[in-house]
Design a protein around this ligand. Structure first.
Ligand SMILES: Cc1cc2nc3c(=O)[nH]c(=O)nc-3n(C[C@H](O)[C@H](O)[C@H](O)COP(=O)(O)O)c2cc1C
Ligand code: SF4
Ligand code: SF4
Length: 385
């Protein structure tokens, strides 16, 4: 079974990379990532602006939200950049290279336009295998300058770095630009070796009793498994249009999520939140889930699935708007919990003798009730003509 992939010209043993975060702060963390089984490490980003190197405390919170019975979780954080300047960072790159044998990707985030190339050169000289440039960082220029949508900074920073270094340069993109596909294709044309899609979004959580934003009182990064769908959506349309290889980041929490990213067209994935919440070694659980998928599909080479879902991606004009569906309930399985009855806005469901009954005349075939039934009592199928 072969899980090898190529990303930004670098061969990796498998597609799970440790994303830039506190979990990749310095050489000891890079060693932890290699020991746990990651295929590469993106080191914590170094920030040009000194204040961004100091964390406020506390800075993490797991938010549980949603409608009762449909809860979701958000990993909310305001963690600042690498603790030092570019000289210390170069030392971190050097030590990480010395102490590990997996690829080490540096990560830089600058304020002044002329600094990007200098930082990239310092990382290259320190031995980094590639450099990720992070104009998408929500704490950086995007918030300070409301006239800036991140697009122009990303393209210029990439051009400057490409002119200055020989190692692969990988922009880490924001999902908070006007059109992700437009920015991705511009970055590709400007020479991006890889595209990391998409950095966490910036948000706010409010304490309704204190009447203020929680924790440090300002904006924070937020993510969760719910973030994955937007990542897949942009990758599936971007992958066929760019030469650069893609690393998916945002909401990847399981081996199955990695598979989805590859099917959409990414070569690799980068994970952070799940490493905080489940530990470094959780990467082994994810790899085992990928192995089981490969067995189930009799896949010899994982790379063979890259982009396959993209080929099955339909445009709006191609959707089947003709075939009608109807739901049916198996009374043997039904426990009479009424969840389905509550969600049917077409009044097609009623409970008879404690069991769900669906009126095929009223059923619109919308598909909601089978997805809320926890015991699998409802099946939906095409209506017979
Ligand atoms: C606590 C925390 C700190 C992060 N710090 C950085 C950073 O310094 N540079 C960066 O490019 N991304 C940073 N990220 C973003 C991650 O690298 C990753 O792309 C993002 O969290 C989406 O992946 P996830 O859903 O697996 O967390 C950070 C994420 C978290 C959760
Ligand atoms: S949700 Fe499922 S178990 Fe509950 S009443 Fe409907 S069919 Fe029965
Ligand atoms: S499929 Fe939709 S319309 Fe039909 S019974 Fe279920 S919820 Fe109602």
């Amino acid at each position: 079974m072969n899980m090898k992939v190529r990303y930004a010209g670098i061969e990796l043993a498998h597609p799970i990379i440790a994303a830039s975060a506190g979990t990749t702060m310095d050489a000891p963390e890079a060693v932890k990532c290699e020991d746990a089984g990651f295929s590469a490490v993106v080191l914590k980003s170094v920030q040009e602006e000194v204040i961004m190197r100091y964390n406020p405390f506390p800075r993490f919170k797991v938010l549980r939200s949603g409608i009762p019975g449909y809860e979701s979780c958000t990993f909310y954080s305001y963690e600042q950049a690498y603790y030092g300047g570019i000289e210390e960072y170069a030392e971190t790159v050097r030590k990480s290279k010395e102490r590990t044998s997996i690829p080490i990707i540096a990560s830089i985030n600058c304020i002044q336009p002329e600094t990007w190339a200098k930082y990239a050169v310092a990382c290259e000289q320190a031995g980094a295998d590639a450099v990720e440039i992070v104009p998408s960082c929500p704490s950086g220029l995007l918030v300070r300058d409301p006239s800036n949508d991140g697009h122009a900074i990303a393209v210029q920073a990439l051009k400057d770095c490409k002119a200055a270094v020989k190692i692969p340069v990988i922009p880490k993109m924001s999902g908070q630009v006007a059109n992700v596909l437009h920015t991705a294709t511009c970055l590709d044309q400007a020479g991006a070796d890889g595209l990391t899609m998409l950095n966490r979004a910036t948000g706010i959580e409010i304490d309704i009793d204190a009447m203020r934003p929680i924790l440090h009182g300002g904006v924070a990064g937020h993510g969760g498994s719910w973030a994955l769908n937007a990542v897949l959506r942009w990758i599936i349309v971007t992958a066929p249009k760019v030469r650069a290889t893609i690393s998916a980041t945002g909401g990847v929490m399981t081996g199955e999520d990695v598979i989805k990213c590859l099917l959409a067209g990414a070569q690799t994935t980068q994970i952070a939140a799940v490493v905080y919440l489940k530990g470094y070694k959780y990467v082994q659980t994810m790899l085992e889930q990928i192995r089981r998928y490969m067995e189930r599909h009799e896949l010899e080479n994982l790379a063979d699935i890259i982009g396959v879902a993209g080929k099955n991606f339909l445009s709006m004009e191609q959707y089947d708007r003709v075939t009608r569906y109807v739901s049916e309930c198996d009374p043997e399985k039904c426990t009479g919990c009424r969840k389905c009855e509550n969600v049917c806005i077409y009044d097609a469901i009623s409970l008879k003798s404690g069991k769900c009954e669906i009126d095929p005349q009223k059923c619109d075939g919308c598909g909601l009730c089978p997805s809320v039934c926890r015991v699998g009592a409802i099946q939906i199928h095409p209506k017979e003509a």
